[in-house]
Design a protein around this ligand. Structure first.
Ligand code: UDP
Length: 333
């Protein structure tokens, strides 16, 4: 097995990848970013050396692996819009599945054998219970979730057949930003609740539409488990250390273990920003379960991971520090 010194972060210019790069650099890891900038931002990668390229370009990947001493690959490069994945599944299967296979093939040729994979709660599909641990059935209800589950299966086969080790991390609702407001969330289009409510606080949107207020929840709006982005980054690093200490390849659910309703998120944004937030209840969004909360006990027990930025106010405050200091995001489009 290669004994490299550099963590290759694929998709490191995106929201979650860039925060992982940030945390890796804070802890003194040597990092390298590979990204096609289709959705990410060069500025999000900070001082990390950057190679622009497509995952389908295996020659470029082979060259990268030949020229750098890669210790492990953290893979974040994927399309992530559920609605778009239903309208254009080919885009998702090609980018999220075929491109990941190119990366894995290139890793095999280079004998790089540690892979940390961004997966999602969407691989579980409709929850059969409110709190979801790793034993919950995986039956995704949209192409996006299926692409992620396919890679989970591929990784298990790669482990059996080729000895490539993996840690699969299934995120619930990633939110917040690194302290100091230097990097943050900047999607185009933005569909996620917290950044959209912050746009209302910034005066960039008139109101926030609440998708459904007749769910069987505390106040009728959907309940989600919001997990701070640096807690996710911490789990990636703990996942790597776990593999390097001889841990078995495994999958972990990552959330706070606490749910907040859409209304609670809106109220928290109003409190943190000091702005009035206009909201309007509209119809339910297709494919939204009422409640999604992670059970992260396995990550706690096996990785020694626990969320540090658990409360919603902290999560919203860090997101607000970023969006209020960067009202146009990275402003690179
Ligand atoms: N949501 C909402 N209005 C919006 C965007 C999202 O009411 O404009 C709700 C959505 O229905 C879900 C929750 O907020 O219950 C979180 O949605 P988001 O898209 O942020 O993440 P998801 O849970 O889909 O991964």
């Amino acid at each position: 097995m290669s004994q490299g010194d550099t963590i290759l972060v694929v998709g490191g210019a995106g929201y979650i990848g860039s925060h992982c790069l940030w945390e890796l650099r804070q802890r003194g890891f040597k990092t390298l970013c590979y990204d096609n900038l289709s959705e990410g931002h060069r500025a999000a990668c900070g001082e990390t050396p950057f190679i622009e390229g497509s995952l389908n370009d295996e020659a470029k990947l082979d060259k990268l692996f030949a020229e750098h001493s890669i210790r492990a690959v953290f893979h974040f490069a994927a399309h992530c819009y559920v609605g778009e994945s239903c309208e254009d599944p080919e885009k998702y299967y090609f980018n999220n599945v075929a491109s990941t296979l190119s990366l894995l093939r290139s890793m095999r040729r280079a004998n790089v054998k540690r892979f940390i994979f961004s997966s999602t709660a969407a691989t579980f599909g409709n929850p059969v219970r409110d709190t979801i641990d790793e034993t919950h059935p995986q039956d995704p209800i949209n192409p996006y979730g299926r692409t992620k589950l396919m890679i989970e299966h591929i990784l298990k086969d790669y482990k059996e057949a080729y000895g490539m080790e993996h840690v699969i991390l299934r995120y619930f609702n990633a939110a917040g930003a690194a302290e100091g407001g230097v990097i943050g969330e900047d999607h185009e289009p933005e569909t996620h609740l917290i950044p959209l409510v912050l746009k209302v606080a910034l005066g960039q949107r008139d109101d926030i539409k609440m998708f459904g207020d007749d769910y069987d929840t505390v106040d009728g709006t959907c309940v989600r488990d919001y997990i701070h982005i640096l807690d996710l980054a911490d789990a990636h690093i703990k996942g790597l250390e776990y593999l390097e200490n001889g841990g078995e390849s495994a999958a972990f659910n990552l959330g706070n273990g606490t749910g907040y309703s859409v209304k609670q998120v809106i109220d928290t944004v109003a409190k943190v920003t000091g702005k009035a937030i206009k909201s309007e209840a509209v119809g339910r969004r297709a494919g939204d379960p009422a409640i999604l909360i992670a059970d992260y006990k396995r990550a706690e027990k096996v990785l020694g991971w626990k969320p540090k930025y658990g409360d919603l106010e902290t999560i919203v405050k860090t997101a607000w520090d970023w969006s209020s200091s960067h009202p146009k995001g990275y402003d690179d489009r």
